[in-house]
Design a protein around this ligand. Structure first.
Ligand code: FDP
Length: 348
């Protein structure tokens, strides 16, 4: 057993977990080290970003039609370089690439498929706010050779691992392999991720709600009603919460995971399917949320049950403390059943 007082590197921790699965081949462990290495490289570049004059936009635009930052391109290349020659994966997909990323011809394809958002929250880079890398790992479903699209288009409940690296005041790596959520903090002086947050759990209800409220007028009445509940307008159903929104999913999710709270990116008239991507953002975060005792839904469906039909599919997301997520889904149901529900707000 690991004690909190002992210093545990991510390597030692992953090996300890592997020991609990006698049939494990060590391939998934090695894949997690590959990702941890990529995270260290990206963390280094993020820290030096201002100094190295690599801030600002590159002239490329990604498949979502968004402007890419130079660091996005660097992070994307780093993830690919750390994964493609290992022999552990059969295919990859990145939020920054339109199509499946095949393994090189000279590499024997492995048994895992990996999807990632190399630098989430990248509009925050120029202002020195936290950004992150999100990853999701599936066992391949195709039998042999290079992986195909079916290896990547899998529902979230089939993930064998998921996690994120957060490049904030310190660099953290948080991941799950379906046996709880564990957090590591990078000690830059020795270049090692050390176990700092074993068995992370999230409170059943939290003090924060996180949503881009400038979209209020574009939401449907169900979402508006739920958010007004967070303002304190439905005191008989839910206690008022504090608003916290960075606009960087990893950082907003991480804060709420630790302190309790709910993050929403609902659909609106501008983004009819929400803004966030099922495979690169919602599914991996949902796996972590559930493993920490929280929940994640698109408003009606459990995120992990959604069958993807496109690599870059977007879905609405409500994620975080279980009771707060349940409050949102119940409110959406009530408003759908009775459009006049809570139309008259209680007067204080
Ligand atoms: P960004 O556009 O800066 O990359 O999906 C990307 C994301 O950030 C999330 O990290 C963040 O939660 C969301 O978009 C913020 O969107 P809004 O600016 O519309 O609030």
């Amino acid at each position: 057993m690991l004690s909190r007082s002992s210093v545990t590197t991510i390597e030692k921790f992953i090996l300890t977990q592997e020991d609990e699965h006698p049939d494990a081949t060590g391939e998934l462990s090695n894949l997690l080290y590959d990702i941890a290495l990529a995270a260290k490289i990206i963390a280094g570049a993020t820290r030096r970003a201002g100094l190295m004059d690599i801030l600002g936009s590159a002239s490329a635009t990604n498949v979502q039609g968004e402007e890419q930052q130079k660091l996005d391109i660097f992070a994307n290349d780093t993830m690919k370089r750390c994964l493609e020659h290992t022999g552990r994966i059969c295919a990859m997909a990145s939020e920054e690439d339109e199509l499946l990323i095949p393994v090189p011809d000279d590499v024997k394809p492995g048994k895992y498929a990996v999807l990632f958002d190399p630098l989430d929250g990248s509009s925050n880079i120029d202002v020195n706010s936290a950004v992150g890398t999100i990853f999701s790992v599936y066992r391949r479903v195709s039998k042999s050779g290079k992986g195909d699209i079916d290896d990547l288009l899998q529902p979230g409940f089939r993930q064998v691992a998921a996690g994120y690296a957060m490049y904030g005041s310190s660099t953290m790596l948080v991941y799950t392999t379906g046996n709880g959520v564990h957090g590591f903090t990078l000690d830059p002086s020795i270049g090692e991720f050390l176990l700092s947050h074993p068995r992370m759990t999230t409170p059943r209800t939290g003090k924060y709600y996180s949503v881009n409220e400038s979209n209020f007028g574009r939401w449907d009445r169900g979402v508006q009603t739920a958010v007004r509940g967070f303002h304190g307008d439905l005191p008989e159903r839910i206690k008022a919460k504090n608003a916290r929104y960075i606009g960087s999913l990893v950082a907003d999710f991480h804060r709420n995971l630790i302190n309790g709270g709910v993050f929403l990116y609902p659909s609106d008239t501008k983004n009819p399917n929400g803004k966030l991507r099922l495979l690169y953002e919602c599914s991996p975060m949902a796996f972590i949320a559930e493993q920490a005792g929280g929940a994640a839904t698109d408003g009606t469906r459990r995120i992990l049950d959604i069958m993807p039909d496109d690599l870059h599919q977007r879905v609405p997301l409500v994620i975080g403390s279980a009771d707060d997520v349940a409050f949102v889904t119940e409110t959406l149901e009530k408003v759908a059943a009775d459009p006049d529900y809570a139309r008259t707000w209680p007067v204080a």
